[in-house]
Design a protein around this ligand. Structure first.
Ligand SMILES: Nc1nc2c(ncn2[C@@H]2O[C@H](COP(=O)(O)OP(=O)(O)OP(=O)(O)O)[C@@H](O)[C@H]2O)c(=O)[nH]1
Length: 921
């Protein structure tokens, strides 16, 4: 450090020592409370008052040094120490420098106010988004949301026009996900940096328009635009969008649920982060790039061990000693412990001097907290800046080992500012590039320090090359390279060694002059410094001013931008998801409405058909059965009645075999009747087939494809209950069956030329045959022929007549016997109710057969009505759910757009009022 600089410090220091400790009006009030010359600036005091109420920063500035307020709240000032030079006693003449200082404090206060407004607005937006996401999660559980997917034909995804290599960020929070090997050149990032919001928003809007046009046909581009809620699908060789297609809707919904949960968690951590009053600056870079040297240079103290060989193996967070009650010491945090300064079981205490040992090759601790008194003034110091609590984290070299590298990537979430140290000699290594790409997910700007610039001979070429690389790595950083990219030599900055052992009074610092004076390494012989060193120091001081501006003034960017970027990204995803799902719900609604429209009449017709067809079937069966019964009855009656008249085909074998003849006749008649029964059965079969066909026709008409046709074999009918007539009818043939007088008489009338004898014989015979009064007949005949003649004729006459009659009767047997037998059979069949029994048997059998397909049809119709009914219920339910979903997603589209507008309106890019004026001379 130059002598000039030292002088400056000395002057400041002298001034501070004379002004910074005003008499304390309130002994309870910590002496380091006040920043700035409160007594001289009314407006600053007013602003401070506003801030005390508004900021939630525990009173980074608090009232006049002299006029301590009686309502003093010590908690407001906790860890907000008074910078050494700032306070000014009442009545002290305000110099131009203090006026400058005042202006700066005002600007700080205004900036703080501005910052707080944005912080509160972002906090509220985070709360709203968390609520929205929770409600989306609930909705997703009851109505599985559709995840945009592309059609298989479109599965090949377009690639980002990006020169970056295959790095896929699938998750939020800057976690690194290595590229899947088969997709080189594929680049996907979860979040864009703040400056890319507009592009993101625009593409998202374009996506929505496309979605509206074809809701279910999401282009691969939209699927690619998904960032936060992008599903992690890395199964096999299938592309993500194809996988979405192949997965079941519910699996997608549960994956989405997981994503939403992660997003909510991240939002809550972002809220915590923006509400955190401190800012964390991560100093990282390749191995041996000079990170520790740079940190030491920033602190102007040789605190962190520097070595030619890789030495920093754990995270070293440098904090202001005032946060540790003003004591300089190191807290080495145990592995697996969450650091709590008030709980000594979580860490071990060491001296600053032990750091070298601690930091190198350490397996016991993962990180250490270094509490340090800043030797520099409020205007120069980063740690002790009077605005916010800042800690500097010296991380292990990026490519030291994978675990540590991953840990650095992971810590990004809690980091507000990334200072990337790159070796001027080595430029950006692959790991360095990957880190910067990952960091870009949340951070729009990265502060780049090109260290070891002194070792470069062709400085211009080095600058050119590095700036070109930066342009490829972080275009936004590159745009502001004069502010954000610095070429320095950290080892040229004079530093002091830490004072031995713990100590300090928690006050304004023991070496406010900037240190270096007691450093044996520090060449103090040339107070002006060598020309080269002067240049290096000036470069470094430029860097410091830029870094201060970056951390303090642009804190809104560095601290709030990740929240804004994340919110915009998640809202964009929610908006796309909501738009798609609104469309899906609408089309679902249209579909079910149409379905219901078609279903209602079908169901009505089905119910009507069920009732009508039931009656129809009954009528058909009854009519068929009645027809069959009647037919059978009439056929059988006729058959029985005409049994004797038919040509039975039984030859009369003569008198000697008359009985056999009678039996044959009986059998023939019964067969004849049986044949009639069979004919009736055949007729019934035909009618049954007709009936079955009628039922089938009805079934096909009303049930269509759903009608189950039963195979029907009519030949199987009447097999079991055969007619058993032959066994039932038992007719004995007796002698008188052969003498059927009525038949004989009938025949006699037809045959001419029969004599009196025959008449008498007939009369007698008939009497004889017919009854018991044949004697009376004989007496009657005697009267006719006279007594004498009678006596002579009677015997031969009787004999002749008898012979003639007998002959005649026996001759008439083939004519008379069938009738006798037929009558007997008929009588017996009547007695056993044969005709009815058979008619009933046949028709019952037909009814039974017809009932089978009829019942089947009835069941089918009933089932069809039930199915249609339950389908209608289901469809109505889907309609209800879809209606609710459409409304919900419609609201979500509006709500996400509204919150998005609110978030977009939070302008973190523009300068805070008053800041530019304060810093630009
Ligand atoms: N010439 C030159 N050497 C430097 C510069 N900065 C650091 N060095 C040297 O580089 C070596 C490594 O410096 P460190 O600060 O230990 O590097 P580091 O990045 O912290 O190393 P690790 O933490 O182990 O990754 C030391 O010997 C430093 O003296 C510089 O600007 N110019």
């Amino acid at each position: 450090m130059s002598q000039e600089h030292q002088k400056g410090k000395g002057r400041d220091s002298a001034e501070e020592s004379s002004v910074s400790h005003p008499p304390r009006a309130n002994p309870n009030r910590p002496q380091y409370v006040t920043v700035g010359s409160g007594s001289t600036s009314q407006s600053a005091a007013r602003l401070r008052a506003i801030l005390d109420n508004d900021s939630g920063y525990g009173g980074s500035v608090a009232g006049d040094g002299n006029n301590a307020s009686p309502a003093w709240n010590p908690t407001l000032t906790e860890d907000r120490p008074t910078p050494s030079h700032s306070p000014m006693p009442l009545g002290f003449e305000q110099s131009s420098e203090s006026a400058d200082n005042d202006r700066r404090i005002q600007a700080n206060a205004i900036h703080q106010l501005w910052y707080n407004q944005h912080r509160v607005a972002l906090g509220r937006s985070i709360n709203r988004v968390v609520e929205t996401l929770k409600s989306l999660q609930e909705k997703n559980a009851e109505w599985p949301a559709t995840y945009p997917s592309v059609q298989r034909t479109e599965a090949s995804s377009p690639q980002r026009q990006d020169s970056r290599p295959g790095l896929t960020h699938t998750q939020t929070g800057g976690r690194l996900s290595m590229p899947p090997p088969p997709r080189p050149g594929m680049m996907r990032r979860t979040q864009t940096s703040i400056g890319e919001d507009s592009t993101e928003a625009e593409s998202s809007r374009a996506a929505e328009q496309r979605t509206v046009a074809e809701p279910r046909l999401i282009t691969p581009q939209i699927a690619q635009e998904f960032s936060i809620l992008k599903l992690d699908l890395k199964l096999g060789a299938l592309h993500q969008t194809e996988l979405v297609h192949s997965l079941e809707k519910n699996s997608i919904a549960s994956l989405l649920d997981g994503k939403i949960s992660t997003s909510i968690k991240h939002l809550l951590s972002l809220r915590e982060r923006i509400e955190d009053t401190s800012s964390k600056v991560l100093v990282t870079g390749d191995l041996n790039a000079g990170k520790s040297t740079f940190c030491n240079a920033l602190l102007r103290r040789k605190v962190l061990p520097e070595d030619q060989q890789p030495c920093t193996s754990i995270f070293c967070e440098v904090l202001d000693a005032r946060e540790n009650g003003g004591i300089e010491e190191v807290h080495a945090v145990h592995k697996d412990s969450i650091y709590n300064r008030h709980d000594e079981s979580t860490y071990d205490v060491f001296r600053l001097a032990d750091l070298e040992k601690l930091v190198t090759d350490n397996d016991t601790y993962t990180q250490c907290k270094i509490y340090l008194k800043d030797v520099r003034s409020i205007d120069e110091s980063l740690l002790n800046n009077g605005v916010v609590d800042i800690s500097i984290i010296d991380a292990p070299g990026l490519n030291s080992d994978t675990t540590k590298t991953t840990a650095i990537f992971a810590r990004q979430e809690e980091i507000d500012v990334v200072v990337f140290i790159v070796s001027a000699a080595n430029h950006f290594t692959q790991t360095a590039k990957e880190f910067i790409w990952a960091a870009a997910a949340e951070k729009a700007y990265i502060f780049i320090v090109v260290n070891g610039y002194d070792t470069i001979r062709d400085k211009e070429r080095c600058q050119k090359m590095i700036l070109e690389q930066v342009a490829g790595l972080s275009p936004r950083t590159s745009k502001e390279s004069s502010e954000l990219v610095h070429f320095v030599s950290s080892n040229a900055i004079p530093t002091s060694h830490p004072p031995p052992g713990p100590g300090g009074d928690g006050g304004s610092g023991s070496s406010s002059g900037g240190g270096g004076g007691d450093d044996p390494d520090f060449d103090n012989s040339d107070p002006k410094g060598k020309g080269k060193d002067k240049e290096k120091i000036r470069d470094f001081e430029d860097l410091e001013q830029s870094l201060r501006r970056f951390v303090l003034e642009k804190r809104a960017r560095s601290k709030l931008a990740p929240a804004k970027t994340y919110l915009l990204n998640v809202l964009s995803d929610v908006h796309t998801l909501a738009t798609v799902n609104q469309e899906v719900a609408q089309s679902e609604l249209d579909r079910v409405a149409k379905e219901l429209q078609e279903l209602e009449p079908v169901l009505e017709a089905s119910q009507k058909a069920k009732a009508e067809v039931g009656d129809d079937i009954d009528r058909t069966i009854e009519a068929t059965c009645k027809g069959i019964y009647d037919h059978t009855r009439s056929t059988l009656n006729l058959a029985i009645a005409q049994a004797a008249d038919e040509d039975l085909g039984v030859p009369y074998p003569g008198l000697l075999n008359a009985f056999q003849y009678a039996d044959d006749l009986k059998e023939a008649m019964l067969s004849q009747i049986s044949a009639s029964v069979t004919m009736c059965e055949d007729q019934a079969r035909i009618k049954t087939v007709e009936g079955v066909n009628t039922i089938r026709q009805l079934g096909l008409l009303h049930l269509g494809d759903k009608y189950t046709d039963l195979s029907f074999r009519s030949d199987a009918m009447f097999r079991r209950k055969r007619d058993i007539l032959a066994r039932q009818v038992e007719i004995e043939t007796d002698l008188w069956d052969f003498f059927d007088w009525s038949t004989i008489m009938q025949r006699q009338e037809k045959v001419a030329g029969t004599g009196m004898a025959l008449t008498i014989a007939t009369a007698l015979g008939s009497r004889m045959v017919g009854g018991f009064g044949w004697v009376d007949g004989a007496l009657g005949a005697a009267k006719v022929v006279g007594n004498n003649n009678l006596r002579k004729l009677i015997i031969p006459g009787i004999i002749a007549t008898a012979v003639a009659a007998t002959y005649y009767i026996l001759n008439q047997i083939p004519h008379s016997l069938p009738h006798r037998l037929s009558n007997k059979i008929s009588a017996q069949l009547t007695a056993i109710d044969y005709v009815h029994a058979n008619g009933d048997r046949i028709s019952s059998s037909v009814r039974k057969v017809l009932r089978f397909p009829a019942d089947n049809l009835r069941v089918g119709l009933q089932r069809s009505v039930e199915q249609l009914g339950s389908k209608r219920e289901e469809t109505r339910k889907i309609r209800g759910e879809s209606e609710v979903a459409r409304k919900y997603f419609g609201n979500l589209v509006n709500e996400s757009a509204k919150i998005r507008n609110t978030v977009e309106a939070i302008d973190l890019e523009g300068p805070a009022p008053g800041v530019a004026a304060a810093y630009d001379p």
